[in-house]
Design a protein around this ligand. Structure first.
Ligand code: SAM
Length: 237
């Protein structure tokens, strides 16, 4: 323990810590995130193998339990029991902020309903990184996350947001980015769209244009990697 660590207050027993982790650049790990992972009793992780690598990178070793979309209900109970016993539990996902298009919401609700403590350890989040550097309005925005898989439902959700004045922010997998641009072309043909690709990584880039212009770029370059897709709101047209 170094001098500055000695003065820091210890973690609070019976608290669930939501720990944000890097979305591609390990330098984005915060000092506090490292300390919480070091001092907690157990790490609940979306993918224990992946989180194990992160812990190793920071010279940490901790008991882990898996917490992912399909065991959330069962694991929430277990996490609750641990918190009731006074344990300090850190929740991390594969990348970014827990609960943002990632597991977390259910356990947070259960912990709050049980009258126990939840603390956020903020840090990387693709939504914030993309929006703030996009050049699009940031004062009002609507975060959609991932659209549903079914075409009809996707179209319906986009149509419902046609008159929204703020910036729309979506997450999309690299496998569906072209499909999404086609759909955006059908609903928002003349709008400015910004693609934020590979944020915080070596090949980070921001591409802007109408959906049709961007579709041409993605087809020409067969763009890979992770994307945040933003659409300028109606009032700015
Ligand atoms: N919880 C995460 C957060 O706080 O941003 C999001 C997790 S979600 C399962 C993964 C999606 O986030 C990706 O499909 C992509 O849309 C977006 N994303 C994550 N990392 C990114 C990056 N480095 N660059 C661009 N988009 C990213």
């Amino acid at each position: 323990m170094n001098e500055s660590e000695k003065t820091l207050p210890p973690l609070t027993p019976g608290t669930l810590y939501l720990v944000a982790t890097p979305i591609g650049n390990l330098e984005d790990m915060t000092f506090r995130a490292v300390r919480v992972l070091k001092e907690c009793d157990v790490v609940a992780a979306e993918d224990t193998r992946r989180t194990g690598q992160l812990l190793k990178h920071f010279g940490l070793s901790k008991p882990m339990l898996s917490y992912f979309q399909f065991n959330e209900a069962k694991r929430s109970e277990e996490i609750l029991d641990r918190l009731k016993r006074g344990e300090k539990v850190a929740l991390v996902t594969d990348a970014g902020s827990p609960g943002i298009s990632d597991p977390g919401e259910r356990v947070v609700r259960a912990v709050r309903e049980a009258g126990l403590r939840v603390e956020s350890v903020p840090g990387p989040c693709a939504l914030v990184a993309a929006l703030t550097a996009s050049g699009l309005p940031t004062d009002e925005f609507h975060f959609i996350g991932f659209l549903p898989h079914k075409s009809g439902q996707r179209r319906k959700q986009l149509e419902a947001l046609k008159q929204f004045a703020g910036t729309l922010v979506l997450y999309e997998s690299p496998y569906r980015i072209e499909k999404l641009l086609v759909e955006l072309g059908e609903v928002f043909a003349e709008r400015q769209v910004v693609l934020a690709r590979e944020l915080t990584k070596k090949f980070e880039e921001f591409l802007r244009g109408t959906p049709a212009e961007l579709l041409e770029v993605t087809q020409k370059r067969s763009l890979k990697g992770e994307f945040v897709v933003m659409v300028r709101g109606v009032a700015e047209d």
